[in-house]
Design a protein around this ligand. Structure first.
Ligand code: FSX
Ligand code: SF4
Ligand code: F3S
Length: 393
């Protein structure tokens, strides 16, 4: 059965329901599922499984806590200017408690949290946004009279999975910047156990959604690295897939904001870009569904390593990055052997290739020079004829 048939096997009624419920076309809905499947690095056709899982699974109850942060994670997830995505997200998860989005306040909000925890005991996903202050008995952040440090422990106790969204919750992020006066700590540190982390300030919403949808589709969390990050999103350095990488390899750098190199889109390494030591998929996924190049480096600003512990909010912005992997120029075969060793096959081949390329280039250059010379002569001849005509008049 073809992938397309599998998708439509979901049942026309199910797709019709999606259309009615969300006011979306089925094309938009399937595009959303395909984006999630691609983000997870799933093979072609997996969007059918994703669509089926979203359609047929009960929306997981999500309890979302906010501590020391700016709410950028929620903003990036629910971008108000993109109602389609907002509707879709709320159709994938049942956001039962979210302090900045829920209509309830005060005791009502507290009751909503307790009810959701009770009704979905052992099944809800706890999402934590923001770092947790641990200094001075955790007195620096309280919600509804409860200290953040107590609240996170209480809510994590009966959760099926704990996801730390954003760098603040994942490793301390911006609130933990030295001298860290409040003792801002990560969720993992406070709970004393590993949790799923989706770092970034803010993180790409698709990395969060794809993690939740992986859970729905396969009944388990995606593969994580030793820092709890889903490997599908954080296994490559930004530098590996950066659109400015060719400029880096060729040694073309912007030296100042606004200089000609900067205006021509050269590499931002010398302006402090931390792409070479930051693991994230920003260079391939982009932000905001606003087309290609919509990410810090694409917009002309060096990556500050916002997702990487020990880099973002720790290293000065203009300090050059540590190169974590060998740069390509060191991998090229040497074309001149050290004296007395003789040429290896590879170096001889490289010399031959360079010589051939140089010879080819020389031929083209001569031809082009010849052509331009001929064109210039023709132009001069034309001008001469024209001036003779003018003198006649
Ligand atoms: Fe803000 Fe979230 Fe940064 Fe932190 O994102 S965008 S400060 S990672 O917790 O709200
Ligand atoms: Fe891109 Fe930064 Fe690497 Fe340059 S240093 S190629 S701008 S990631
Ligand atoms: Fe942050 Fe760098 Fe990505 S600044 S958003 S990790 S490009």
């Amino acid at each position: 059965m073809s992938d397309t048939h599998e998708i439509f096997d979901l049942g026309r009624q199910a797709l019709h329901d999606v259309e009615q419920r969300l006011g979306l076309s089925r094309r938009e809905y399937l595009q959303f599922c395909a984006t999630l499947a691609v983000t997870m690095g799933l093979p072609k056709g997996a969007e059918a499984a994703v669509a089926k899982a979203i359609e047929t699974s009960k929306r997981p109850s999500v309890i979302w806590l906010h501590f020391q942060e700016c709410t950028g994670c929620s903003e990036s997830l629910l971008r108000a200017e993109h109602p389609t995505l907002e509707k879709l997200i709320l159709d994938v998860i049942s956001l039962d408690y979210h302090e900045t989005l829920m209509a309830a306040a005060g005791h009502q909000a507290e009751a909503a949290r307790k009810d959701a925890m009770k009704a979905n005991k052992g099944k809800y996903i706890l999402v934590v946004e923001g770092a947790i202050p641990t200094k001075d008995n955790g007195n620096y952040c309280k919600i509804g009279g409860h200290k953040a440090i107590d609240l996170v422990k209480e809510c994590a106790a009966d959760a099926a999975a704990v996801i730390a969204i954003g760098s603040c919750a994942s490793w301390g992020g911006m609130p933990s910047t030295g001298p860290n006066p409040t003792g801002a700590s990560s969720v993992g540190e406070v709970l004393g156990k590993p949790v799923v982390t989706i770092p970034g300030c803010p993180p790409n919403p698709y990395n969060f959604l794809a993690t939740v949808v992986h859970f729905l589709t396969f009944g388990k969390l995606p593969e994580l690295d030793k820092l709890g990050r889903p490997k599908f999103a954080y296994s490559r350095l930004i530098h590996e897939n950066c659109e400015r990488r060719a400029h880096f390899d060729a040694g073309r750098f912007a030296m100042e904001f606004g200089d000609s190199g900067h205006r021509q889109g050269y590499c931002l390494y010398k302006l402090g870009c931390k792409g070479p030591e930051t693991y994230a998929n920003c260079s391939t996924l982009g932000f905001g569904d606003a087309g290609e190049n919509n990410w810090p480096v694409g917009c002309g600003h060096p990556c500050i390593g916002c997702s990487e512990k020990g880099v973002g909010f720790t290293k000065p912005i203009h300090q050059v990055a540590k190169m974590l992997n060998v740069t390509p120029p060191l991998q090229y075969p040497r074309i001149v052997e050290e004296q007395g060793k003789g040429a290896t096959f590879a170096s001889a081949a490289a010399v031959a290739a360079l010589a051939a390329a140089a010879a080819g280039a020389a031929v083209m250059l001569t031809r082009n020079l010849g052509l331009s010379h001929a064109a210039q002569e023709a132009e001069r001849a034309k001008e001469g004829a024209a001036s003779q005509d003018q003198t006649k008049v």
